[in-house]
Ligand binder design. Structure first.
Ligand SMILES: Cc1ncc(COP(=O)(O)O)c(C=O)c1O
Length: 431
């Protein structure tokens, strides 16, 4: 009975999405999104109802444990993008309000003001704005980890190449206290920036930002955070946290449209970053007719870092993602995802002879990611990746930092049943 209800509800959801995309559907009798949803709804017939999972058109052909790479969007996000895009294409007018609304909603969601939010396309772009523009001199030092994502490392490496700053990496040990010790040990009179991920892409280690901020503040050091894995995983209060810069996106843990990101720039350090890429909306006035040609100045907000024509429909979708997450509540989402990760970690820790746990076990140093590898060199991460895939699980293989590990991301649409079935697959692989 519950199964029938569930399938009916899914079908209705597909139909209502089709209705939402209204005018566009009239011109395209079989919209791909609605078609995909109807197909997905057929696959629901043997599943019990789940009010959150049921809103994700994400295929049921496999269990998706790779939100750390890309967060699949729920139906309201797809509907918002489709409706906004349809309107832009129908009217030929861009919908400027979408970015204004998104910026304001996002600021409230992450505990900042609109003026501190620059809109970017992804985390890497925000990192480039800071790493490329922060006023630094030859020999100034930047402390970062050996576990950076390529998007977190390259912008700083490039700045070192171009301007002679010095990068001082440390391998993150698995406790907050030890991380702080490593940072302190590398701090010198030339240290200008501590650049750490909020959570590492490799092991999902959660960094002790409060203590890093306190340490840096007493020495006049900037704190830059690669927040690719923060927004949508953890409740954020950036102004209260006190970091100077936080780069993130809507397309991982917030399950928003792909290609929407943001950079938080604390208002008192706005002028510490030279705008390297500028255009419409960055300036307060300019002329190429005066002698000499001039820029009068830059917008007195972080908006100076965004410029040019944007895909505003994506902001409509990102706003819908914020509404979706706010409607459920970040505390609840975070508790669910972290609970699943903890359950998985505990099950894997039961095999200490066979499995090496890479994600910290300290509660405050982990989030919704679990990374591990097999001790037997014959049980390679690629072999397990293929094995898990054949058993219907999408996992992430981690080659970064030479870890050769498996990373599991657990989010709001995942269930204890999925985690337990995955543990069964690991058990089978060990047999
Ligand atoms: C820690 C970390 N930083 C940066 C990035 C790059 O993010 P984006 O593709 O949004 O630029 C990723 C992507 O996986 C990441 O895991």
């Amino acid at each position: 009975m519950a199964d029938l209800d569930s399938s009916k509800r899914e079908f209705l959801k597909a139909a209502s999405l089709a209705a939402l995309v209204g005018g566009w559907e009239a011109a395209n009798p079989a919209p791909a999104i609605a078609r995909g949803l109807e197909k997905a709804s057929a696959r629901f017939r043997s599943r019990p109802a789940d009010p959150i999972r049921d809103q994700f058109p994400l295929t049921h052909d496999r269990v998706y444990f790779n939100n750390g790479t890309l967060g699949p969007s729920p139906a309201p996000v797809l509907a918002a993008v489709a409706a906004a895009m349809a309107e832009v294409e129908r009217t030929g007018e861009s919908r400027d309000a979408d970015d204004v609304v998104f910026r304001a909603k996002l600021a409230a969601f992450v505990g900042a003001t609109s003026d501190e939010i620059a809109l970017t396309h992804n985390t890497t772009e925000g990192t480039n704005v800071v790493a490329g523009g922060l006023k630094l001199a030859v020999g100034d030092e930047v402390i970062l980890t050996t576990h950076e994502h390529v998007g977190g490392a390259l912008p700083w490496l490039n700045r070192a190449r171009l301007d002679g700053i010095v990068l001082v990496p440390f391998a993150p040990p698995p406790t907050a206290e030890a991380v702080l010790r490593e940072i302190a040990a590398r701090t010198t009179s030339r240290t200008r920036v501590i650049a750490v991920p909020h959570l590492s892409c490799t092991t999902g280690q959660l960094f002790p930002l409060e203590e890093i901020v306190a340490f840096a503040a007493s020495r006049g050091i900037y704190v830059f955070v690669d927040g690719a894995h923060g927004t949508g995983m953890l409740p954020l209060a950036l102004d209260a946290l006190g970091v100077h810069f936080y780069a993130s996106s809507a397309h991982k843990w917030l399950c928003g449209p792909k290609g929407v990101g943001y950079l938080y720039v604390r208002k008192d350090v706005l002028d510490a970053v030279e705008p390297r890429f500028v255009g419409a909306h960055s300036d307060t006035g300019w002329s190429v007719e005066t002698r000499p040609p001039r820029i009068d100045g830059f917008a007195p907000t972080a908006h100076r870092f965004d410029y040019g024509t944007q895909n505003t429909a994506l902001y409509a979708g990102a706003s819908a993602a914020l509404d979706f997450f706010s409607g459920i509540g970040m505390a609840k989402i975070s508790a669910h995802g972290r609970g699943l990760a903890e359950r998985l970690q505990a099950a894997l820790l039961a095999h200490p002879a066979e499995i090496e746990m890479l994600t910290p076990t300290e509660g405050r140093s982990r989030g919704m990611i679990v990374s591990f590898r097999f001790r037997d060199p014959a049980r390679t991460y690629t072999r397990f990746g293929a094995f898990a895939g054949a058993h219907g699980f999408r996992v992430r293989q981690v080659a970064e930092a030479g870890l050769n590990a498996i990373r599991i991301s657990t989010h709001l649409y995942n269930s204890t049943d999925e985690v337990d079935r995955f543990v069964g697959v690991v058990d089978e692989f060990l047999r």
